[in-house]
Design a protein around this ligand. Structure first.
Ligand code: COA
Ligand code: AMP
Length: 631
């Protein structure tokens, strides 16, 4: 662990020297004279007086050169769009992608978008989604991508919070074999939202022609017609690059704000040091641009590092089969794959013996990285045997934007311990704290926290809500960042993250709020009270389960209420919630002070041993819950 130890120790002992060095890999219009402004914690600012453009660093510098980019990569592939659902493969060199981005940036400028303005993108996995993000970065506008699986009400919440000048969307997304119209969802969201954008740009895909409202909507082709390519606009290091909404403990999502400078430095560094890739390598994050993994490792990271990034519009299974991932690796000579354990479990379920895998030449693959949820040892061993490459579990969050803990292949491959995401990554100093804020002895469970300051790339704040930023993350344990995860660190400083300790659940690698779901259930006229818990699921890791108590006098049958609640969740949160089970119960177990015992119910549902708290009001209710869950 020599090289890694030295690197890690330097990052902790001399963070400004460490990150100051890393910053030289980025092209600055004005190089920062200061590495870290730590004058108003927890509002740390990295490279505070540096000026740059993220799109320039991701595209133009590889075409035109720039300091640090001593070779030009204009004709190298920047993006490969592979879409089994439309039977399309489309390749963009760095020059082509830069030119298309510049034109769309010009179209946005023509629509009145200027530096600091927000642009919401509600897009499927098409190149235009990537182009939209980079075009915003080019002109200093702030993008906010909303995952396509969210329902209109959720999109409306984000529109009202981000108040975009323009919204970019598409006529449809394709989920497996189903064509899902997006435009009616956008129209409905705009009916609900108070804020109205000046314009909506709609990509008309061949499968569906969206109806456009002449006074507000224009299609993508019209938007870019005769648009002048826009140059890169210089921004401050701490100016926002994007807002990405993520689930918190309440119904209102948190708008995580990312900066330009720290983000570019951290992602560039992570590509080489965490993932072990170099300019020219082919890197594939099989995620969605609507999630942080997509932002960091489909779009920005690979392009900032001069790699070829794969944009995959498909599923691990069903498009057309469980060999889809292996086909993509072979077709594009992918060197590093990043996906979620749930995707591998989906493949394993259909092809446990890996028969389809044997049909492809996977000799290009050097490593498989997994995140989104803990890699369970079964999935780890299966993937290792199948692929015979290092399988690396690494842990991170929307808030940090890149890995907090993981095995840094680019520095030194450490021994792998299944079930653990290895050591803290350089820049992050971890603690495991008990309720009282004391560090627990090695090996014991507690709240996983990170000592301040967080390294470059971590979020600046919550959009327009500094107070929530401080309250949610920094008030519980002063001097530490509260990750919301629970876990333990062993004698080798290896971390195992065991799950959330708040009201957030991870469903198929998607982060969702049980609090938001409870708000939906509670809004049903027949529901008196409710609880939503995340229960174990063999494929998705966790799925939500709703338990509801009906109001007196409700005449509808429990079965029909349950069906209504499932539909309501789909309508209000979206299909991504995978909310398939609601159960009517007579009472919910509570403490004497009225706190619902969610953890106890979760243990019952998962078949774990449990010890109800001594403050439980009526232990007999637990038997009722247990019986209800058997049905
Ligand atoms: N637009 C619209 N709907 C979407 C969507 C999108 N972008 N993404 C998902 N949905 C819908 C799905 O169609 C499905 O709808 P249904 O209930 O009508 O069938 C629902 O949301 C749930 O989606 P999902 O959980 O993805 O289920 P699935 O059965 O389609 O696929 C997996 C299961 C495991 C294959 C898939 O979830 C997966 O690949 N997960 C990996 C997630 C990931 O990469 N996370 C990022 C962290 S690395
Ligand atoms: P998101 O912000 O959507 O990326 O979700 C972040 C959350 O996913 C974390 O707080 C964890 O709960 C979970 N998570 C992500 N990666 C891992 C991992 N490698 N091990 C355990 N949990 C993970």
């Amino acid at each position: 662990m020599g090289v890694f130890n030295d690197t890690y120790t330097r990052s902790i002992d001399d963070p400004t020297g460490f990150w100051g060095d890393a910053a030289t890999a980025i092209h600055w219009e004005k190089a920062p004279s200061q590495v870290l402004d730590d004058t108003s914690p927890p509002f740390y600012r990295w490279f505070p007086d540096g000026r740059l453009n993220t799109c320039f660093n991701a595209l133009d510098r590889w075409v035109d050169g720039g300091d640090g980019a001593d070779e030009t990569r204009g004709e190298q592939l920047a993006l490969v769009y592979d879409s089994p659902v439309t039977d399309t493969v489309c390749r963009y060199t760095y020059r082509e992608l830069r030119d298309e981005v510049a034109v769309f940036a010009g179209a946005l400028v023509r629509l009145g978008v200027a530096k600091g303005d927000r642009v919401v993108a509600y897009m499927p996995m098409v190149p235009e989604a990537v182009i939209t993000m980079l075009a915003c970065a080019r002109i200093g506008a702030v993008h906010s991508v909303v995952f396509g699986g969210f329902a209109p009400a959720e999109l409306a919440l984000r529109i009202d919070d981000a108040t975009p000048k323009v919204i970019v969307s598409a006529s449809c997304g394709i989920e497996g074999t189903r064509v899902l119209e997006y435009k009616p969802l956008l129209d409905e969201a705009l009916q609900i939202a108070t804020h109205k954008p000046d314009a909506c740009v709609i990509l008309q895909r061949p499968m569906v022609a969206a109806t456009l409202h002449a006074e507000r909507d224009l299609d993508w082709a019209t938007a870019i017609k005769d648009a002048h390519p826009a140059p890169c606009v210089e921004v401050g290091s701490s100016d926002p690059l994007y807002i990405l909404y993520t689930s918190g403990t309440t119904g209102k999502p948190k708008g995580v704000v990312r900066d330009n400078g720290g983000h570019a430095v951290a992602l560039r560094w992570s590509m080489e040091n965490v993932y072990g890739v170099s300019p020219g390598d082919v890197y594939w994050a099989a995620s969605d641009v609507g999630w942080v993994v997509g932002h960091s490792y489909i779009v920005y990271g690979p392009l900032l590092a001069g790699c070829t990034s794969i944009l995959y519009e498909g599923k691990p299974v069903g498009t057309p089969d469980a060999g889809a991932f292996w086909r993509v690796i072979a077709d594009h000579a992918v060197e590093v794959l990043f996906t979620a354990p749930t995707a591998l479990r989906a493949v394993k379920k259909e092809d446990a013996a890996g028969v389809l895998c044997q049909q492809y030449d996977l000799s290009s693959l050097r490593a498989l990285f997994l995140a989104g949820e803990r890699t369970d040892p079964d999935t780890y061993h299966w993937a290792c045997e199948l692929l015979a490459v290092p399988v690396i579990d690494h842990w991170w969050q929307t808030e940090t934007g890149w890995a907090i803990a993981g095995n840094c292949l680019g520095i030194e491959k450490l021994p792998i311990k299944p079930g653990s995401s290895a050591h803290a990554v350089p820049g992050y100093q971890l603690g495991i704290l008990d309720e009282a804020g004391q560090e627990v002895p090695g090996g014991e469970d507690g709240a996983v926290v990170v000592r301040l300051p967080l390294p470059p790339g971590a979020f600046l704040t919550i959009w327009q809500d500094d107070e929530r930023f401080v309250q949610s993350y920094f008030s519980r344990y002063p001097g530490w960042y509260l990750t919301g995860d629970g876990g333990r660190v062993d004698e080798d400083n290896y971390l195992s993250v065991m799950g959330r300790i708040d009201d957030v659940i991870n469903v198929a690698g998607h982060r969702l709020s049980t609090g938001a779901m409870e708000e939906v259930l509670a809004a049903h006229p027949g529901v008196a009270e409710c609880a939503v818990i995340g229960i174990a699921d063999a494929l998705r890791g966790q799925v939500p389960l709703g338990l509801v108590v009906l109001k007196m006098g409700v005449v509808e049958s429990p079965a029909s209420i349950e069906a209504e609640l499932i539909q309501l969740m789909r309508d209000k949160i979206g299909p991504v919630a995978s909310f398939k089970r609601a159960i009517v119960v007579q009472r919910l177990p509570k403490t004497r002070s009225g706190k619902i015992l969610r953890a106890t119910m979760r243990a019952i549902a998962d078949g774990h041993a449990y010890q109800p708290p001594s403050t439980i009001d009526d232990p007999a209710i637990l038997d009722e819950i247990s019986a209800a869950l058997q049905t």
